[in-house]
Design a protein around this ligand. Sequence first.
Ligand code: GUN
Ligand code: ZN
Length: 392
Amino acid sequence: LSLGTASDLLKKYEGGSVLDFGDAIICPGFVDAHTHFPQLQIVGSFGETLLGWLDKYTFPEESRFVDGNYARQIAKRFIREMLRNGTTAAAVFSTSHRQATEIYCEETLASGMRAVVGKCSMDQNAPKQLLKSIDRDVEDLEALISQWHGRDDRIFCAITPRFAPSCSEAMLNELGSLRARHPDIYVQSHISENLEEIDMVHDLFPNDRDYLAVYERFNLTGPRSLYAHGVHLTDDELKRMGETETALIHCPSSNAFLGSGLIDLRRVERHNVPVAFATDIGGGTSFSMLRTQLDAYKIQKLGHRVIHPVELFFHATLGGATTLKLDHLCGNFSIGKSADFIVIDSKPGDLLNDRLHNSLDPDEKLFALATIGGSNYIDKVFVQGNCVHERL
Ligand code: GUN
Ligand code: ZN
């Protein structure tokens, strides 16, 4: 990636081909720091809160991914939805199936997108077709890591204990050892999303002083550890997350949809916890990181706080890339990074077009994008300089 005026760059790259985007906006591709590919078909499932939603909708749907053909069909559609919405990098949960996870990696490779991918580990508290023995699980994870981690600088692997209630102590222990053998692997999971879930963790792990302590005890916190939700974390837990560089992934659409609660992001930031934004499909209902910015704004507003448009945009781009340790590759237009960007284009007569032209201040333009922007305005998507999506 180089930056400069057209005349300088045309001189520097004489003879190269030129893409002229006219007066469209180009901006860094979005980073979705937590989402579930096998939940595409349960987006918008009515009425439940977390534990009921998992039992009634999520576990039955994820059980279908034992079928490789189904997994491939959904993987393709899921990746297409993300690209259509301008997401160029994502941290993605698979099911507990090795084959479905391999298929997701294959489809990511073919699509040109960037992703951190994790096969869910679960050995308790779910239907038995989703549970794996510890030995089998670790064997599958070792195979996935050796085949996929770091592939093409685009695909990375995450150890993915679904959440503490899904894993026995023995399984968490083995996952922590696996992590010690692969220090550059990611860890992703869920934490303190829902009050009933937290009660369940206290019952299952009575000797740990809080939810985070379970993950700490098994070497599952620290840099490259991504914990979604954290709606009900205590100050002490946040303090330890900040000290260890354990990230909190904010999922505003999901937290509202499942009624999980209103997080105070200022309190999280006071403890220096790395933060990124995420859609959390299918607890969340939109693939758009523009909509996610708006949802994050609304959730803080309900707590009588505001997030500045630049901060919203940062969390969906460079902030997300930094939290995911991908900022040496993407997140902004710094020289030397790869060209991961999107082209946003509105036509006269579009609501967005009016707002972009009537508001001169760049902050107002960014906020207009977050509030009334959407996939219909995303014309082209590039990763590593390759066009990976074009609007029809
Ligand atoms: N906690 C454990 N599994 C899940 C999941 O699939 N979605 C959400 N939102 N929370 C979880
Ligand atoms: Zn999730």
